[in-house]
Design a binder for this molecule. Structure first.
Ligand code: ZN
Length: 394
């Protein structure tokens, strides 16, 4: 009988491993009754080594066991995954290296072990070794989707966009919906590098390729529209910015300032007002009230902006809308104490406002990312506006 109080903390962490092993052992016992006795005693021996944190001895036992019966290999994969999940990459690597080095290894398991070892190296941050293993998988199975996906992730991490494109294009015909947006972003990365180099021709070339693989690629439209805006062709830039509405309407918030500048350069405040009003009408979930108020302020003065905002906030209350209204009121009645106090309260509430949120993993940020730094997905970070549902405006 174990007295757990005498064992250090790591011993308790082994308990889930022991449970998994016992369960797998039970399954093994069901299907291999003739070998039951030998396997059970050897497994318990290995398990005992694990409980005593004698990893080397435990691995020796398990590797010998698998050599006598390769049907038990799933047990090793499970153990490797548990170690990897716990961040113990060295132990996971030892397990998989032990398997791959066995002369009796049946060929059917080779790719699976190489993939698992590749995951171990990825987890340990050894991308060059992982790359080598995934390439080795492709030599044996050129259609391995898993190996190609992992190579893409490695090249993405290394910002080697050409290599990432080469593999992703290979996968495109099999799964265009998933792979198309990825390829589009790789071309956008190249377009942004071209922009830094001042190579407009390549910028356009890569942006067009991005749109070829994903016609809803907002990033490519923004890169092209920004470039055209920089040349002074505001009309063409406006047309491009406005295509974002059909690509992904929420992302129009990303370009609303640039779009407004183009209209202002053309002295077309009235057209901007009409456009924003129509956009708001078409998409009730967009919060454009502050932008519309800003246009009204410039064209008709702050009184018009106050009238508009007062009305809008009753219909669609937002913290930013209320803060904007209070700032207008403060300017109008400079010495009003009530509005000064309210402004302080609103700025405190606004401080916690999240500007962008990942729709896949919930990551919150005040900086926009095309690739979520938390879940590593493209296009999942969207503008998000906090609505004060607890505020009741009469
Ligand atoms: Zn995310």
């Amino acid at each position: 009988m174990f007295d757990f109080s005498q064992f250090p903390f790591w011993s308790l962490a082994i308990i889930p491993l022991a449970i998994v092993f016992l369960w797998l052992l039970f399954r093994t016992k069901q299907s291999h009754k003739r070998q039951q006795s030998t396997l059970s005693s050897e497994y318990f021996k290995g398990l005992n080594y694990l409980l005593n944190d004698e990893q080397g001895k435990a691995l020796d036992v398990f590797v010998k066991l698998v050599e006598s019966n390769w049907d038990t290999i799933d047990t090793h994969f499970t153990l490797g995954k548990i170690y990897r999940k716990n961040g113990e990459m060295d132990k996971a690597i030892k397990i998989h290296q032990g398997l791959i080095g066995r002369p009796s290894l049946p060929e059917q398991y080779r790719c699976k072990i190489l993939l698992e070892l590749g995951y171990d190296y990825l987890g340990a941050g050894w991308f060059d070794r992982a790359e080598g293993l995934f390439k080795e998988v492709l030599i044996q199975d050129e259609k391995s989707t898993e190996a190609r996906h992992n190579l893409i992730l490695i090249y993405q991490q290394e910002k080697n966009w050409f290599k990432a494109i080469e593999i992703a294009v290979d996968l495109y015909s099999e799964n265009p919906d998933e792979t198309g947006p990825m390829i589009a972003h790789y071309y956008c990365e190249l377009a942004e590098i071209s922009k830094l180099k001042g190579d407009v021709s390549q910028l356009e070339n890569y942006s067009k390729k991005a749109l070829h693989y994903d016609d809803a690629c907002v990033r490519a439209s923004i890169i092209m529209a920004d470039q055209i805006k920089a040349t002074g062709d505001d009309k063409k830039a406006i047309a491009l910015y406005e295509t974002i509405e059909s690509q992904d309407v929420e992302s129009i918030i990303l370009v609303i300032d640039s779009l407004s500048e183009c209209y202002e350069n053309l002295s077309s405040q009235d057209k901007l007002y009409d456009y924003l009003l129509a956009l708001q009408h078409r998409h009730k979930n967009l919060f454009l009230q502050n932008h519309i108020a800003g246009v009204l302020e410039k064209s008709q003065g702050s009184r018009a902006a106050i009238v508009y905002l007062t009305d809008e906030i009753k219909r669609q209350p937002t913290l930013s809308g209320m803060q904007k209204l209070i700032s207008y009121k403060q300017e109008e009645i400079d010495s009003d104490r009530v509005f000064s106090d309210l402004a302080v309260v609103m700025s405190v509430l606004q401080k916690d406002k999240v500007e962008y949120r990942c729709q896949k993993c919930g990551f919150n940020t005040n900086t926009h990312y095309w690739l979520c730094p938390s879940c590593n997905r493209w296009d999942s970070v969207k503008p998000g506006i906090l609505q004060p549902e607890h505020l009741h405006i009469i």
